[in-house]
Ligand binder design. Structure first.
Ligand SMILES: [Zn+2]
Length: 339
């Protein structure tokens, strides 16, 4: 008898394991597939909420994505690494004057003006239930109206920060442009077929482009070599910077800022606010920088590439070298498949 239970348990474990690693047997492929499923499920949930409330699903997804990105890099916020990352504080969920901040009774929550809602009719307004949270947040936004301007006001009232509202609006534009949340693909900044060299120059005094320590990787290539976007994102900054010369900053959906400096020229027609995808041409390698606008030739031509993280309060750079290595490998593998 005990043996039968044990073998059943083993069978269940084997099945779970098989499901986890997937049919191909490659755990990374299976993990990628699982992540894609999560994204589809999340998108479907927000689209259901749009059908019920009229709030464009991209706003729900963008706010969720912003909270997810900030929770990942802040210690003072609870991590809600599930289907929905939106976090509504207890006193907001239950109502500011509700004597029971963990109240889940939809009637008393409504009485005290709490944001909490019961979406699935289980009689509970549960702040840990993805459907209840998505629905409650959508109903809150809808209470301000359904236009982009209404959304901006509702978001500002909830988050109390221009910076946060701006990020969420940027994310809305990225998600709208592609109609999906599956936007994690990356590309190496120099397209295939062009010669370049780079080594790990993080923090070194010999790098070009950092103000104090060298915040990035220098990729040496001939003057005029094309530079492409590394990510799906929105062009946040374009113009002159005393250290970086002609530079472009692109923000992706994980709230990472991709910085391209010392360009000789921008891609014609590219403008701040444009939505770009990995591999899309944005400019050309040069040696601009270290002086007044237009200064060039003070160092050999190269692309300075940096990555910056944003936690909603400050931004800081992190070493792009390992990421470049991975994107280079992935770009090469894709190129091979096409031949
Ligand atoms: Zn540099």
């Amino acid at each position: 008898m005990r043996c039968a239970i044990l073998s059943n348990l083993l069978l269940a474990l084997t099945l779970t394991f098989a499901a986890t690693i997937g049919v191909s047997g490659d755990p990374t492929v299976a993990a990628a597939r699982e992540a894609a499923n999560d994204l589809r499920e999340r998108q479907a949930l927000f689209q259901r909420m749009e059908a019920v409330t009229g709030v464009p699903w991209e706003y729900l997804a963008a706010a969720d994505q912003w909270e997810r990105s900030v929770q990942a890099v802040r210690r003072d916020l609870p991590k809600r690494d599930g289907l929905v990352a939106l976090y509504i504080p207890p006193h907001v969920w239950a109502g500011p004057l509700n004597p029971n901040p963990s109240d889940t009774d939809p009637r008393t929550v409504a009485f005290f003006g709490g944001m909490g809602r019961d979406a699935n009719g289980d009689g509970r307004a549960d702040p840990n239930d993805p459907e209840d949270v998505a629905y409650a947040f959508a109903r809150y936004l809808a209470s301000y109206g359904l236009s982009d301007d209404d959304m901006r006001i509702a978001l500002w009232e909830h988050y109390g920060s221009d910076r946060t509202v701006r990020r969420i609006e940027q994310f809305v534009r990225i998600i709208r442009a592609f109609g999906t949340l599956d936007l994690d693909e990356k590309a190496f900044p120099i397209p295939r077929g062009h010669h370049y060299t780079y080594t790990s120059t993080w923090g070194s005094a010999r790098g070009w482009g950092g103000a104090r320590i060298h915040e990035g990787t220098d990729i040496y290539a001939a003057y005029g070599t094309p530079v492409v976007s590394t990510c799906y994102g929105i062009v946040e900054v374009m113009g002159w910077n005393p250290y970086g010369g002609w530079r472009i900053g692109i923000r992706d959906l994980n709230n990472t800022y991709h910085y391209f400096a010392h360009l000789s020229a921008f891609q014609k027609g590219l403008r701040v606010g444009d939505i770009v995808k990995p591999g899309q041409r944005i400019g050309y390698v040069g040696s601009s920088g270290y002086g007044k606008p237009g200064t060039s030739g003070k160092f050999p031509p190269h692309l300075h590439f940096g990555l910056y993280k944003d936690n909603g309060r400050t931004e800081w750079s992190f070493d792009p070298y390992p990421h470049l290595k991975r994107w280079e490998r992935e770009s090469r593998a894709k190129g091979k498949g096409r031949r």
